[in-house]
Write a protein that binds this ligand. Structure first.
Ligand code: PDD
Length: 299
């Protein structure tokens, strides 16, 4: 494994053990992360991801080591240095490294890293057949709008799904259906979309936001409201959205077949529209960037 790694202003590979044991991301989960996709070495919706990263860092009072253009420039350089064309970029910014203590000093220099990874995106067969979900209790913290690295409840829920032969866990709290363990969740009922509103119970998915925009532009109504668990099976279609899955139909939830067991009509439309949007991002020209906005070099 020798993927290209940006670490605090320098370039190395993931073979190098760069992180200190007293990094607060490692010891306290005191960090936020992002995942975005690249196709033919072009970043997909990277600005949307940067903006969410920036919001998350602000919420937990960590300094963002990048401004927007510095971030995009680092991404371009990362992709230039990467030997494969398609994959994902993982980014993490932690509060930084320092003697382990719950009280942290103000204004710690953050740890910033970014690396590429090969990724097998779903093929046409998978995109047609869809995936299976189980429902699981939402055991996460109460600030799910922050994309923090505290993913233990998500990982446990997903493992539970896998053990039951499913692909994703649908998190339910206070009788309301929230989102997938690593995806946003949509239902189609009577030609309309229903999805949880943006609040502290869900992550503001980048694909969720784009899909809502595409739906509205296509004159499909969108109700952003919590779905009661009791309503879960009263639907025509359902799908999840995420960076790695795009728009992915749901074939089954808790062993019950959704809709007429085939990819629904609205799901298919939105899947195509979103795939087209990704293609147009991919074919966008590279921006010209300036040299003055790179993050400070440390270590
Ligand atoms: N997960 N909700 C949760 C809890 C997520 O972890 C994710 C993404 C999403 C979808 O967000 P987006 O559309 O911005 O990818 C919703 C990423 C892919 C991950 O953790 O790997």
């Amino acid at each position: 494994m020798n993927d290209v790694l940006f670490f605090n202003g320098r370039w190395t590979t993931t073979d190098e053990r760069v992180l200190g044991v007293e990094d607060r991301g490692f010891q306290f989960g005191d960090a936020v992360y992002e995942v975005f996709k690249f196709l033919r070495k072009r970043p997909i919706l990277a600005i949307d991801h940067f903006r969410r990263l920036d919001r998350g860092l602000r919420e937990i009072d960590i300094r963002n080591p990048w401004n927007e253009s510095g971030f995009l420039r680092t991404v371009d350089e990362l992709l230039d240095r990467t030997i494969f064309d398609d994959g994902i970029v993982y980014i993490q910014v932690s509060r930084g490294e320092g003697e382990r203590a719950h009280f942290y000093p103000d204004n710690m220099p953050p740890t910033a890293l970014m690396y590429t990874r090969r990724f097998k995106f779903p093929d046409e067969v998978k995109k047609e057949l869809g995936i299976r979900l189980i429902t699981a209790p939402d055991l996460r913290w109460k600030q799910c709008q922050v994309k923090s690295v505290n993913l233990l409840p998500n990982a446990l829920a997903k493992k539970r799904a896998q053990r039951k032969g499913a692909d994703e866990a649908l998190l339910v709290g206070d009788g309301e259906v929230r989102e997938g363990a690593s995806s946003s969740f949509f239902v189609v009922r009577a030609g309309r979309l229903i999805t949880h509103p943006l609040d502290e119970h869900i992550l503001a998915g980048v694909v969720r936001d784009r899909v809502i925009g595409l739906a509205l532009a296509a004159k499909i109504r969108v109700d952003e409201r919590p779905l009661r668990e009791a309503e879960l099976f009263d639907m025509d279609e359902a799908f999840i959205t995420s960076t790695t899955m795009g728009v992915m139909p749901i074939a089954e939830i808790d062993g019950r077949v959704i809709g007429n067991s085939r990819r629904g009509e609205i799901t298919t439309r939105l899947q195509r529209l979103f795939d087209d949007l990704e293609m147009s991002e991919m074919s966008q020209q590279r921006r010209e960037t300036t040299v003055s906005d790179s993050p400070p070099r440390r270590r």
